[in-house]
Design a protein around this ligand. Sequence first.
Ligand code: DGJ
Length: 738
Amino acid sequence: MTASFLCNRRRLEGALTLPALIFLSSLATGPGAEAGFTPGSTNAVITIATAHSALNLWVASDQRLYQLGYGAADAPVVIPEKTPVRELEFYPPAGNGFILEPALQATHADGNTSTDLIFVKQSETVADKNIRLTRIELKDGFYPFFVTLCFKAYQQQDVIEQWAEIRHDESRPVTLYRFASTGLVVPKADEYWLTQLHGDWADEAQLVEEKLTSGIKVLDSKIGVRALQFRTPSFLIALDHQAEEERGRVLGGSLEWSGSFQLAFEVDMKNRLRALGGINPFGSQYRLVPEKTFVTPGLLWSWSDQGKGQVSRNFHRWARLYGMRDGDKPRPVLLNNWEATGFNFNEARIVALFDGARSLGADTFLLDDGWFGNRHPRNDDKAGLGDWQVNTNKLPHGLSYLAEEAKKRGVDFGIWIEPEMVNPVSDLFEQHPDWAIGQPHRQPILGRNQRVLDLSRPEVREFSWKVIQDTLGGNPGIRYVKWDCNCYVTQPGSSWLGPEEQTHLLIDYQHSLYEIMGRMVTNYPHVMAMLCSGGAGRADYGALKYFHSFWPSDNTDPARRVFIQWGFSHFFPAGALADHVTRMGHRPLKFTLDVAMSGALGLDLDVSKLTTEERKMIAHAVSLYKRDLREVVPPGDLYRLESPYHGPRAALCFVAPDRSRAVLFIYQLKAGEGDAVKLAGLDPQKRYRVHEVNLPEGAPSQLALEGKEIEGSVLMGDGLVPPVRSEYTSAAIELRGE
Ligand code: DGJ
């Protein structure tokens, strides 16, 4: 790739048809709007409310939009006597008096680097009983430059989704340097405690909490694709003290974006905190042409004065209805072959695994990486990506044959794909070296021996779509797909985009990706899908809406999974987490099963290597899960009772929405005293029958309350002494209201 190549391949402006750059003709002002601009009324309070929370905004006499507060719905709204300080401006733009971290920074067509946003008007639409959409239109005081702040308030879930739409009618492109989705001022407190999930491959979602001090704390990703490998775009802010599960004021945020992101938390000179979140502006300035709209991703906010547990439950309830596919439907129990075979399989070995899957009670067999590539067979991770033809040596009868064989044995068939990637050792790369992202005059840097395809280029987008069409459409028996992504971007250059648009690459990529994912959902609604990115490199609500679950980590050692699942549980419901049983870590099988059963249970095992005893235990657990636990765990309200970060064990409990049933899991990670675990979320008046499940065949429960009927108030007040004390023992306990 060379510099002149970049110039020659400049695309036509008219070809820029990204979903995010939506043509909006319905806004109040059009071309030449500057003259007709009428400032909106001042002193108006705009309330964006949910059942238990309210965000109050105010148009002051300077016509700017300020934040009055965000908190409990019934908190009094105090209207200031005079114009607030600029630090309280709700969506502050840079360059005209605002001196802290701005939400927006733009250079106008004439080179002016300042923007001033004045309130124009506000509208509210009631979408249905649960959703209200508020749109607040702002306009620069001089330029025909417009920002519409959009808020979807989900009443019952106490979630507010916020994004911004930016457009202009200036004579030439305007360059956007910053474009936050939101820039909320956090309710005033003495202390602010920020919780994030950080980590790395095989060590995802580690919970870190720190006190914010003066200045800016930035959590970000700059790697564009598989962008969340080191950190997810979700966070909590606890006010006054560290976050507690069921007490205290907590604000949660989660950005719906799988690409590079930036979350910036700035504590100012008066100890106010602003939380900004959106696409990472780093290296991504965007030349916005007139009459197109730059739509930022949404950021989901949830507020509670009853601790982070309630914020998590709000996110979970929201996600089951709006944030993931078929959130209210049971997830099938998968048996995946990756841990069992890696790349080393053939047709006979796979068909033999179907019987094993069935014998354990799995619903679906998922064939992982390694099934494609002929001239460059995918026998390891060095070759074949991009050549999506079935490897005829390994699988001479193709994928449809496998799907039929699986069906004959009573299991559905699923397949792994990674349609955004290419190995340099592949037919695809030999034919289209310019389709890979990279920088001219630089030695290409590979990740897992592969490169990222440039989805900003229309023919690459169509190629990736064709991979999905050929795989799923060409083999209609396929019922499940795992979409993987194992490489991030370190050299963000495109041979398609022109020199002035190179910085659009990571944003355009992401929109193309979502477009393809959307087409997959529309065209193959019957194919369930797992989001994977070398583990959890895409654990976010931007991508999850196209999928049924995500893969939390390649680390399936249950001793580590307890922490990983605990971290993700702060933002994602149990049904979204594909929790598979493997033999990684060689922990006791019961412990491994109990850990996996607290999410969407799956298996990744070579059944032929299991002992008879192990097979029986797994089959028993799968049947228990499908029959009883699956009705409570994924749809239940989660109460995190004891954190693995604070003691020798973890305890968590899922309570059915009507509180008639609950499932309690206790994981002993180090030897402990066996103190009582106090439950939460139960009906205090109801009597619950206590029953330990998932015990080895014939083994009696050691639980003192086994079989007894106990009042919810007692289980929550005195608790229940668990039957486990030694390292890597565990208990799964069902509570059924009588
Ligand atoms: C990374 C994923 O996280 C694994 O589960 C597996 O699918 C491999 N990729 C296959 O290459």
